[in-house]
Structure formats: C-alpha cells, structure tokens
Design a protein around this ligand. Sequence first.
Ligand code: SF4
Ligand code: SF4
Length: 178
Amino acid sequence: MSVLGQVADGAKSILKGLRVTLSYLFRKKVTLQYPEERPKLSERFRGVPALPIDPATGRDRCIACSACARVCPDQVITVTPEVGEDKKRRLADMTLDVAGCIFCGLCVEVCPTGALVLSDEFELAHSSREDLVLGLEKLHEIGGQFPEKTAETEESSGAQGEPQGTTPQAEAAKEPEA
Ligand code: SF4
Ligand code: SF4
C-alpha cells in the first residue's frame, strides 16, 4: 500500500472512532458525578438490612425471636435476647456481618414484627473486615436513614410492634421442637 493509501486508511480509522464518540455526545448520560450526584435506586432495591427505631415506642420492634438468625443462609446474624422489667423478652444486642450478606431479604420476610427492613444503604467500603460487622447501634442508625422503607414494611406486614401472624418462611424458621 502506498504512503497515501496508509494516510487515507489512518484518517478513515480516526473518523470511524470519532463518529462513535460524537454519537454518544447527544445521547442521555448514564454516568453520574458520584458521590456528589447520587443514583436513583429502584423502589425494591435491596441494601443493608437495618433495624429502625419505632417513633411510637422509642425502641426497635425486635422481640429477639431469632427467626432472622435461623433463616439466614449465610448465618451472619446474631441475636442476644434479654428479659425486660415487664418480663417480656426483648433485644439486648444484634450483630450483622454484612461481608457475608447476600441481600436475599429472607431475614426481613420472616421477621414477625416488621422490625427488620432492607435499607437503601450500599456504600460498604471499609478498610477492615471487622468494620463490616454492624452492631445494634449501627443497625439502628442505618434504619433511621430510610424512614420510607419502614413505612413500606408497616404497610406490607401490618406490624404494630407485636407479632402479626406468620409467613411460610417464618414457620420454616421456627425453633425445632425438642
Ligand atoms: S439479607 Fe439474607 S444473607 Fe443478608 S442477613 Fe438477611 S437473610 Fe442473611
Ligand atoms: S426476626 Fe425480627 S423480631 Fe425476630 S430477632 Fe430477627 S429482627 Fe428481631
């Protein structure tokens, strides 16, 4: 191929590449200036499971039944119960190792009181694995950031702070009888 032909070939390749680039200039942008711009998540987005505080009682709705811990396929939830002054069992502590969570939502489905919600939290970058083990305080904090998720759970489960019936998953998660 002559030098002229090679130059023509090169120019053709450049124009072909630029044609693709230019065509994207006029299309709708799909990138965001993250973190300044936040993505719009779908309504059914599955983020970190969290434990919101119920404004009516000032406590979370957990009754420490451990159904969520039993149903979790990755066994990343621990529930520590205690007995309150009213002799009712309640939650003393909970941890969730989000490093192992697959966001399946089973823990939320089996929760008989609507205490757990799948939040919109997805920013999970940490410098150590230990930081990914979320304690009760952090679960409350994340739960408080997404009040609309709590409202959805209330609507779908009819939860009012006491157990409101069961689901097939809740039945499956019940402690086996001795
Ligand atoms: S979303 Fe699934 S994997 Fe994550 S804690 Fe709940 S049950 Fe376990
Ligand atoms: S299933 Fe719900 S009520 Fe039972 S321990 Fe888990 S969060 Fe608490």
